[in-house]
Design a protein around this ligand. Structure first.
Ligand code: ZN
Ligand code: ZN
Length: 644
């Protein structure tokens, strides 16, 4: 058989003819075989590909480097193979399961009766460095099912056999480096020496398949970076994040708790946390009223028929709390507020003149999340969405989306978030079947979202195929004080629910027309937003949000009456103030107030009493010296108004 040629198109558009079976690396780097340090893998017709893997058809071939999220995933995932190789070398009785890449790192789940001790992690890390230094080629092999089965069966790797039995197909890729073989779709870096700086972080228990009835495994987390400098930066960021952990600060500042007796994922707001929530919610509510939204309240449960009509029973049932029966009727706790707002809209005939109708609510919903994924305030089972639904005409979409985005940025800036990233999620043009609604409506909606972003001169990334099946959306990620990204605000068009509930309005032409529905949330949920806010501010809330804004402290008992008088004056002026007139050393009182992250500490001694002043210290240690109470009040008032 004569050797066939294929046409390769490179990223710059240039083309070349090569023989079938030419490895991707050869068209990217030339025949010299030298692979530049930054090159991690190839992308062949859009699919990530091992550098050494042969090309088999006409293809567009592009390099994947560290700057590419896919490149980071491959890098991290390749490191997890090295970790598994090291574990098998040191502890041969351990069984391997799966080892995916995660954000900024990777893990691998091992079956081993005992946990890995810290010194064992160090040994694994040292072994990984040996494997990296040995620079084993990572070789892709394609084996028939029986060969894979025999190999892992003979090596006692039951989990791999179990996985294999669930996969469809006849041929499977296995990857080998040194004497270590793993069943994996790949791709990986070219050789183990391509991995540079590594660090194993921690061990946690994890059930096989996330199922608490199955085997408990040992999950080792780690991270890897192309340079020692980047690794150190990342470890520093982790350390910062650890110090800001909202679960630790939540306890320390007495903001909230979660009681096993009440139930996992159900938050108890303590007075100080509840005060911050009240302030967030009041601000949020007032701003919505100012911007033409109408406030509604809706129940926490609804009849099962409602959830049938909305479709939640079809596609969301697994996340809903079980039904409860009353007088022969079944009710379910709401996982979303949408159907209730729809019922408010539908309570009367709507004319085109009334639209848009903007209904908003801080609606508490209940969603089942597996016990293993619950995480402080960030992943809970009872959450309060800052929800709104806008019912409008097609020609109003653009205007409404622009107004929503304007509100989003106003709110986010008020909470100290200055940086963000925007994704516009649209249909997969190759698979239009999976979406509900006509092409014409989708085209119009996608265009409306995109032209709004352009009109507002907002940078965004277009995510093809990331739209909901019921409509396109805009998602916004906020960047917090230490550079972490949080997905919060979302604006989603919906063509499904208006059909299911037959939402209409009476047009100018006297005919009924289909209403467009926009779901939008800004904070996401109050619980999660509060968790993020605690970490963003490291618990030191700005004065306008601080549960206690000022504390008056006496140096001795002699200033007691004066301190209480100042305290009363602050309270009358609307400041959330406390008085500490205990018989304790002033240094102790100040230290305690610092730990509680109270923004203003007003110290009174004999001199302050005589002069009718307070000595002002601000959180962080700055001593502003003595000033009249009025002056201090004015200073605080200015900061509160500025939301500083
Ligand atoms: Zn792999
Ligand atoms: Zn909704």
């Amino acid at each position: 058989m004569s050797e066939r040629e294929i046409t390769i198109t490179l990223a710059d558009g240039s083309q070349q003819r090569v023989l079938v079976g030419t490895p991707a690396v050869e068209v990217l780097c030339g025949p010299s075989g030298h692979i530049p340090a930054e090159l991690i893998a190839a992308r062949v017709n859009g699919k990530a590909w091992d550098l050494a893997r042969p090309l088999t058809e006409d293809a567009k071939v592009e390099p994947i480097s560290w700057d590419d999220p896919e490149g980071q995933r491959i890098y991290h995932h390749s490191t997890t193979h090295i970790m598994a190789q090291a574990v098998k070398a040191l502890f041969p009785e351990t069984k391997i399961t799966i080892g995916p890449a995660i954000d900024d790192g990777f893990y691998y789940d091992f079956d081993r009766p005992q946990s890995f001790a810290p010194e064992e992690l160090e040994r694994i890390e040292a072994k990984m460095r040996e494997i990296i230094a040995a620079d084993y080629t990572v070789q892709r092999m394609e084996w028939p099912r029986q060969q894979v089965r025999d190999y892992f069966g003979q090596h006692g790797e039951d989990y791999k056999v179990e996985l294999l039995d669930e996969f469809e197909g006849d041929v499977f890729s296995c990857y080998q480096q040194g004497d270590f073989v793993d069943l994996c779709v790949g791709p990986h870096v070219h050789s183990t020496g391509r991995i540079n700086a590594i660090k194993l972080l921690r061990v946690a228990g994890a059930y096989w398949r996330g199922d608490e009835h199955k085997q408990m495994l040992q999950r080792i987390y780690g991270t890897s970076w192309p340079s020692e400098e980047l690794l150190q930066q990342y470890l520093h960021k982790l350390e910062e994040a650890r110090k800001r952990d909202h679960r630790v600060l939540g306890r320390q500042l007495d903001l909230f708790s979660i009681s096993e007796m009440v139930g996992p994922g159900l938050v108890l707001w303590h007075p100080k946390g509840a005060m911050v929530r009240h302030l967030i919610e009041s601000f949020w509510r007032e701003e919505h009223l100012r911007r033409g939204y109408d406030l509604v309240y809706t129940p926490h449960v609804g009849r099962i028929q409602l959830w049938e009509t909305s479709g939640h029973l079809g596609w969301y049932k697994d996340n809903m709390f079980a039904a409860m029966e009353m007088e022969g009727q079944n009710y379910m706790a709401k996982p979303m507020n949408c159907p209730f707002h729809i019922q408010v809209y539908q309570s009367k005939l709507r004319s085109y003149r009334e639209l848009p109708v903007r209904l908003f609510e801080l609606g508490t919903v209940y969603r089942y999340e597996r016990g293993g994924v619950l995480h402080g305030l960030l992943r809970v089972r009872g959450l309060t969405q800052d929800d709104a639904h806008i019912f409008c005409r097609t020609d109003q979409i653009k205007d409404e989306v622009e107004k929503v985005l304007d509100l989003v940025f106003f709110m986010m800036q008020s909470f100290g978030f200055e940086q963000y990233k925007i994704d516009l999620s649209v249909r997969d043009p190759k698979d239009r079947q999976q979406y509900i609604g006509s092409d014409a409506v989708w085209d119009q909606a996608e265009l409306a979202l995109e032209s709004t972003l352009q009109h507002m001169e907002l940078p965004y990334a277009r995510a093809e195929g990331e739209a909901n099946f019921y409509g396109p959306k805009i998602d916004i990620k906020l960047v917090d004080a230490i550079g972490r990204e949080w997905q919060l605000p979302t604006v989603q068009l919906d063509f499904q629910l208006p059909e299911r509930f037959d939402l209409t309005y009476m047009g100018e032409d006297g005919q009924r027309h289909r209403t467009v529905m926009i779901h939008r949330a800004i904070l996401g949920s109050v619980e999660r937003f509060f968790g993020i806010l605690i970490e963003h501010y490291a618990g030191a809330f700005p004065v306008w949000l601080a549960p206690v804004q000022a504390r008056v402290m006496t140096i001795t008992d002699r200033q007691r009456d004066y301190a209480l008088q100042v305290h009363a004056q602050l309270q009358t002026a609307g400041i959330r103030a406390e008085a500490d007139v205990r018989n304790e050393k002033i240094s102790y009182k100040i230290r305690e107030a610092q730990t509680e992250k109270i923004p203003y500490m007003l110290v009174v001694g004999d001199r302050e009493v005589a002069a009718g002043k307070v000595a002002v210290r601000v959180r962080g240690g700055n001593d502003l010296g003595p000033m009249p109470v009025d002056e201090c009040l004015a200073k605080m008032r200015e900061e509160i108004d500025r939301k500083a």
